[in-house]
Design a protein around this ligand. Structure first.
Ligand code: DGL
Length: 278
């Protein structure tokens, strides 16, 4: 049966991805790798970053505004790339939406519950993500007997943004933060913040090869791919001229530099918008 025009317009619409700033580009990068044909509209809330130390109510309000903006871009589905916003706002905003939306916490938590052998899982993230305990809840839904140990590592975000990925200072900070997780005998560690996949080698070095690192950004891209297929929303058109569009709420210069460093393609243009008008 031939697809209606409306349905094909819908499936060829972009995916909306948002984060508090640049970190969500680690999720965009995985989406570009797993489903390279999909167009993406990205919003980074660079004027209001960080989200990790803000309250649940504020994060919900910010997320609602961003979703209203993404809807003006006719997105077919939304990915909350920010761990803190996924932890605090996903359930709330999902109730108000008529398109599919996923966060990064569930995909990461589910895989961690599958890969651990000893049932002891560590989670590192922002204060908000750890405080929300959502990783723990999701893992315990699958495996109530598992032990989950959370640790907030707030200094990691500025270190990544400073590009000190393999620096001695970063390694020392990692040793201090991760000490109690090492002592607790975890065999799996979730990199529960957008920036942390960029510290993978430093964290891996500190934790040792017996600890499996789980990257929620990667798992989310896989889940998104499966979701689009299930909902009959996978892209099937001609490649659009402006396949990737980037928006931020503050000056785009730094964002653009970061994006060009970590994405597999060059970002042509980043537009600044007034997010508080949405
Ligand atoms: N994107 C945030 C997260 O994944 C980290 C940066 C912030 O605190 O806003 O939780």
């Amino acid at each position: 049966m031939e697809e209606s025009r409306q349905q094909s317009e819908k499936r060829n619409a972009p995916i909306g991805v948002f984060d508090s700033g640049v970190g969500g580009l680690t999720v965009v990068r995985e989406i570009m790798r797993q489903i390279p044909e999909e167009p993406i509209v990205y919003f980074g809330d660079t004027a209001r970053v960080p989200y990790g130390s803000k309250s649940r109510a504020t994060i919900i309000r910010y997320s609602e505004q961003i979703i209203r903006f993404l809807k003006t871009q006719q997105v077919k589905a939304i990915v909350i790339a920010c761990n803190t916003a996924s932890a605090y706002a996903l359930d709330e905003v999902r109730r108000q939406l008529d398109i599919p939306i996923i966060g990064v916490v569930r995909p990461g938590a589910k895989v961690a519950a599958q890969v651990t052998k000893n049932g002891r899982i560590g989670v590192i993230g922002t204060e908000g993500t750890i405080h929300s305990q959502l990783y723990t809840k999701v893992i315990r839904e699958e495996k109530p007997e598992y032990q989950v140990i959370g640790k907030a590592c707030p200094l990691f975000v500025p270190l990544v943004e400073e590009q000190w990925l393999k620096d001695q200072v970063t390694e020392e900070v990692a040793r201090r933060y991760l000490k109690e997780l090492q002592d607790s005998g975890i065999d799996t560690l979730i990199l529960g913040c957008t920036h942390y996949p960029l510290l993978r080698s430093t964290v891996g070095k500190v934790m040792g090869e017996n600890v499996t690192l789980v990257n929620p950004a990667y798992e989310t891209a896989l889940e998104l791919k499966a979701l689009l297929k299930k909902e009959n929303l996978s892209f099937a058109g001609e490649e659009p001229e402006e396949k990737y569009r980037f928006f931020v709420s503050d000056d785009p210069t730094k964002f653009q530099e970061f994006a060009d460093r970590i994405l597999p393609c060059q970002v042509r243009q980043t537009k600044q918008i007034r997010i508080d008008e949405y």
